[in-house]
Ligand binder design. Structure first.
Ligand SMILES: C[S@@+](CC[C@H](N)C(=O)[O-])C[C@H]1O[C@@H](n2cnc3c(N)ncnc32)[C@H](O)[C@@H]1O
Length: 202
């Protein structure tokens, strides 16, 4: 096992993926389950934050549909790509080029919605309690976390395997888990490997 896998990635490791244009996780469009939740009016307009947003297909999709979107990523590679797309499309969204875990108190109880996709599995499992602490802090009471949690079924990472029990164990204290099911409309390469969660901040 390499040092990288034992410890997880650091900022420089993610940046290298952008430098090398090696974005194997990138779907090239907003993830279909989020689009469906919006079509079904489960995901309703308001403030929305996307941690570890990458080049931000969800940021773009929801900004185009009237949401007040904030995308957070700590690599200049991701932020640069997202800024360019927003400019080209003449769209507004708030881009935070920083570590998600260091969002300051100005963000507390700010967001109606949060989208999780391939960020929870990107961080080291040791950071999962900090993830829950941060998302709980920045969502409004009653705010919703829409998550696609990636069950790779493999050791090491990133991506780090996430099971149904992991989701329950980490989130149940701070969230009412309204929906947690194997997603039946994932992208082809994640078929049968994603847990779709809708969780409401207590
Ligand atoms: C696997 S990629 C997923 C990107 C995007 N969610 C997607 O599905 O296309 C993980 C992203 O999280 C970002 N990231 C990892 N740790 C971060 C942190 N602590 N704060 C902010 N961004 C982070 C990386 O720079 C990378 O863009």
């Amino acid at each position: 096992m390499t040092e990288e896998i034992r410890n997880g990635y650091e900022q420089v490791d993610w940046q290298k993926h952008y430098d090398d244009n090696d974005l194997a996780w990138d779907l090239g469009e907003a993830a279909n389950p989020f689009v469906r939740l919006w079509e079904d009016k489960v995901l309703k307009p308001g403030t929305l934050i996307v941690p570890g947003c990458g080049q931000g297909h969800e940021v773009i999709f929801f900004a185009e549909r009237g949401f007040q979107v904030t995308g957070v990523d700590y690599t200049s590679g991701a932020v640069g790509l997202l800024r360019k797309t927003l400019k080209d499309k003449k769209l507004n969204a708030n881009i935070l080029h920083q570590d998600f875990f260091s969002l300051d108190v100005a963000h507390d109880r700010t967001y109606d919605n949060l989208l999780e996709q391939t960020f929870f599995c990107a961080i080291h499992p040791d950071q999962r309690p900090a993830y829950v602490e941060t998302v709980s802090r920045i969502l409004k009471p009653g705010g919703l976390l829409f998550g696609l949690f990636y069950e790779t079924g493999e050791g090491g990472g990133p991506p780090f395997n996430t099971t149904e029990a992991d989701v329950q164990n980490h989130f149940a204290a701070a969230f009412d888990i309204e929906r947690l099911e194997k997603c039946s409309f994932s992208s082809e390469k994640r078929r049968d490997k994603e847990w779709l969660a809708v969780m409401r901040k207590k």
